[in-house]
Design a protein around this ligand. Structure first.
Ligand code: SAM
Length: 279
């Protein structure tokens, strides 16, 4: 293997400066990058999709864990040279570089997802972090898990429980699809340039009970409920025909507010609405 260069030096050599509008806050500390890569468990024999590899710090730590293949999706083409240099150091790992906007790609159609077991990983660009998550939820059947870095505030919303101000539409729909575990917080000091907020690494493991029709219904339902989160659930869902009877049947107190209803109760309600459409 050719001696690897430091990511910071590669950036300097290629005269690349971080672009704020692309959410470019890089991690250079190899101990931290290795800790993130290790947190996704053994990956030999598995395929990895990394969103936003940037100058490849995390990519390098992942390659050292010897996955079967790695697919990199990066919008900023100025990293092409660096990423090619890094990946060519690991000839035993099949690498696939895609220079495109992740929001414009149909990730479920990627070749790698057809025949492989895949793990997603990303230090997400924060300006689109929730959009990226919502884009891949519910996971394709070949996705084993996803490990994503979010702004701490967004991570707190994702894992929030009922009766909490942070409990939101995002909490309900993400927790319906996945068991979500906090891995660790990361101080903003470790990023270059330093962002205004701290970060948090979360792991998402898909639940095998997820049903796409219920998921879609849940999205509509939680949009209505949380749009008017100070109203009682009876009022915020009043446009749904027969809502009073449904709430009664499911033993849901019609005076409670959006943030008081568990994921299970929202799911039961969504299931009833799906079943009703099928009749
Ligand atoms: N993985 C690197 C690290 O940990 O140091 C960089 C992470 S940086 C927070 C986010 C990366 O996502 C940047 O490289 C940025 O160019 C890329 N990015 C931003 N918007 C993107 C998009 N729409 N599609 C794909 N990549 C994007």
């Amino acid at each position: 293997m050719i001696k690897e260069k430091k990511i910071k030096d590669l950036l300097k050599e290629n005269d690349i400066r971080p672009k704020k509008k692309l959410g470019q806050n890089f991690i250079f500390d190899e101990n931290i990058l290795n800790k993130i890569a290790d947190s996704i468990g053994p990956i030999s024999g598995l395929s990895i999709i990394e969103i936003g590899p940037g100058p490849g710090g995390l990519t390098k730590s992942l390659l050292r864990c010897n996955p079967k293949s790695i697919t990199l999706v990066e919008k900023d083409v100025s990293f092409k040279g660096i990423l090619l240099e890094i990946t060519k150091n690991y000839p035993s790992v099949t690498s696939n570089l895609i220079f495109d906007d992740v929001m414009k790609i149909n990730l479920d159609e990627l070749e790698v997802l057809k025949k492989n077991r895949v793990k997603y990983i990303s230090n997400l660009p924060y300006y689109i972090s929730t959009q990226v998550l919502l884009k891949i939820l519910p996971f394709h059947t070949n996705v084993l898990e996803a490990t994503f870095m979010f702004q701490k505030e967004v991570a707190e919303r994702l894992i929030a429980n009922p009766h909490n101000k942070k409990y939101s539409k995002l909490s309900v729909i993400a927790q319906y699809c996945c068991n979500i575990k906090k891995i660790f917080n990361l101080n903003s000091n470790i990023f270059y340039p330093k962002p205004d907020v701290d970060s948090c690494l979360l792991n998402f493991k898909p639940k095998d009970t997820t049903c796409i029709d219920v998921y879609n219904e849940l999205k509509n339902l939680t949009k209505l409920a949380f749009e008017k989160r100070r109203k009682t659930i009876k009022n915020s869902l009043s446009n749904i025909e027969g809502i009073k009877g449904l709430l009664e049947k499911l033993d849901i107190d019609d005076q409670c507010r959006a943030e008081n209803l568990s994921v299970e109760k929202y799911t039961n309600l969504a299931k009833c609405l799906v079943d009703r459409k099928l009749v």
